[in-house]
Design a protein around this ligand. Structure first.
Ligand code: FPP
Ligand code: ZN
Length: 551
């Protein structure tokens, strides 16, 4: 019996009517430079002086607006817990820093397509951050679910839109993005299990691995996405024709052989396909496949790999695609950090192979103000997908700093359409939808590394591994935990956030939502910080491969 959803007609009850802290607070647009009518700046230092002289002083505390629909602000109930707006006690109001409510002080005087796009993005973001009459929109679950569902089921006659032909070599990716996005939104994707298996099975090659499309050679990123998609749909129900782990369709022995073929024994890295280019994507994808399929690393498959990853750190502190000086990029940063965290305990491997201080400095510089989002690289624009590629690095960095923790001692620390996108004014797609949802979920949880396995809801299947079986050293990614709290320097704030955010029911389906109904929460299902699959699946999958003898 599906759980009844708490519904609302327009605005969620937990979000109060708008309070303005001060009549003087409003989004400020910088004054024109005082001397702009008398002199056109010609040297960089004149430009700089003009910009500085035109800057507004930061608003004082009492001028800050309280944006009550920001779900990360605590909600204040009056005594009988009614949802009428009450003014929060002043001491607990987290002000939106002026950095996020005013235009950037430094603006590029050279106008390009990029600089214009950056400014227009900033304007749109500032509007939400600083104007209480235009507050944060709430996650449009119904629309996002419909959008992602179209990627699994097609839009017409079971077919994807025509433009998707360009992604013909990325079929497993489309399936993974949509499934994981749906899971984040609370949808049970078990119903797509057989469909997913029958779409992915033909992409598997006898020589090992998956191609991106039918008849295509095996590629490590396609194989990674196929493994993730199978991991996400999980086990069938008793009585299903396809009972058992969906990952069971993978020919593990052939995959193992193929991974040996793409391994570069000299550099320690992995190529993306036989004879293909070698980069840190190859390494991360190969390691995830090894870990989730429980493949042994005997035979030196991970030989030299930590050192390879360490060499990808650049002079900026970020991480390039390959060792020795490629431009640092957020996508490669996640691959490097997550790759190392598959190979060992974060506090050991990250500290040993990386310059953590410089990594933290570069990662911090990825967040721009006032947009609030992350850019992928120096001097480029913010983009929603870096919520995962850059935002997802922070859990790993934190675990590298904090070391293993016990479970009890974690530090607290327009017309609406579905789908999420790179930035305002762009169209939505499945890739950004998934990685933005994962990024949002990262902000809602504190991930930490511990030293005991993830507890299982049901006992592991038998038989257990024989003592003569090869060692399975890639256990580090299975030792993570999460806490649905946001670490904060203001503990009361962190506590309040979670308490007031109702969880999305487990068994919700899009059919459960009636027209005009929405669930009162932006809270998402939690994912695994290294694999980017539902968190609990990691423990179940580990139990599945531990129950296997040999291949
Ligand atoms: C630049 O695109 C993009 C890259 C240089 C690579 C991005 C890599 C990833 C997103 C990670 C891939 C991960 C796996 C697991 C395969 P751009 O120039 O369009 O974007 P930008 O301006 O934001 O840099
Ligand atoms: Zn993007």
């Amino acid at each position: 019996m599906p759980q009844r959803l708490r519904v609302r007609s327009k605005r969620p009850k937990v979000f109060f009517t708008h309070n303005k802290m001060s009549a003087t607070s409003s989004p400020s647009s910088p004054k024109a430079p005082s001397n702009s009518t008398t002199r056109t700046p010609s040297t960089p230092s004149e430009v700089f002086d003009d910009i500085l002289s035109s800057a507004q002083p930061p608003p004082t505390y009492s001028q800050q607006t309280w944006n009550p629909s920001n779900p990360y602000f605590p909600h204040y109930h009056n005594q009988n817990m009614s949802t009428t707006a009450t003014t929060p006690p002043e001491s607990l109001i987290p002000p939106t820093p002026a950095l996020f409510t005013t235009r950037p002080i430094l603006q590029d005087t050279l106008k390009t397509l990029s600089s214009k796009e950056q400014l227009s993005t900033a304007e749109i973001c500032m509007k939400y951050l600083s104007n209480p009459s235009d507050p944060f929109p709430i996650l449009s679950r119904r629309e996002h679910i419909a959008f992602l569902k179209s990627g699994v089921l097609g839009v017409q006659n079971g077919k994807l839109r025509e433009e998707m032909v360009a992604l013909d070599a990325s079929r497993p990716w489309i399936i993974y993005w949509c499934l994981q996005g749906l899971v984040s939104l609370g949808v049970d994707v078990g119903k797509y299990r057989e469909r997913v298996i029958s779409s992915l099975q033909p992409l598997q090659n006898e020589s090992g691995g998956f191609g991106g499309g039918n008849g295509q050679v095996s590629h490590v990123t396609a194989s990674y996405a196929a493994v993730l998609a199978l991991a996400v749909v999980g086990r069938g129900e008793d009585g299903d024709e396809e009972y058992g782990e969906a990952l069971g369709i993978v020919d593990r022995r052939a995959m193992f052989r193929w991974l040996h073929e793409i391994k570069d024994w000299e550099s320690g890295g992995f190529r993306v396909c036989v004879g293909g280019e070698e980069d840190v994507r190859g390494v991360y994808c190969a390691l995830v496949i090894l870990a989730l399929l429980g493949l042994p690393t005997s035979g030196n498959l991970t030989q030299g790999t930590k050192e390879y990853l360490g060499r990808c750190q650049t002079y900026e502190g970020g991480f390039g695609a390959t060792p020795n000086g490629n431009e640092a990029h957020g996508g490669y940063a996640f691959c490097t950090l997550a790759g190392l965290c598959i190979l060992g305990e974060p506090a050991v491997v990250l500290r040993k192979y990386l310059d953590m201080d410089r990594a933290i400095s570069w990662l911090s510089a990825r967040q721009y103000a006032p947009e609030g989002g992350f850019s992928g690289r120096t001097n480029k624009l913010v983009d929603g997908c870096y919520s995962t590629w850059v935002g997802g690095c922070w859990a790993l960095i934190e675990a590298g700093i904090n070391g293993p923790q016990d479970e009890n001692e974690e530090k607290l620390g327009e017309k609406e359409v579905g789908g999420l996108r790179d930035k305002p004014r762009k169209g939505p797609d499945y890739y950004h939808s998934n990685y933005i949802l994962l990024g949002l979920a990262s902000t809602q949880n504190y991930f930490y590394y511990t030293s005991s396995p993830i507890p299982l809801s049901s006992p592991p299947p038998s038989p257990n591994r024989g003592s003569g079986d090869p060692p399975l050293p890639l256990t580090a990614p299975f030792l993570w935990r999460y806490s649905p709290r946001i670490p904060s320097n203001t503990p009361n704030v962190a506590e309040a956030i979670v308490k007031d955010m109702p969880a999305w029911p487990d068994d919700v389906t899009e059919e459960d939502l009636l027209p005009g109904q929405e669930v009162e929460s932006d809270r998402l299902k939690v994912h695994h910080p290294i694999f980017n699959i539902p968190f609990e699946r990691a423990g179940e999958i580990e139990a599945w491969w531990k129950g296997k003898v040999g291949f």
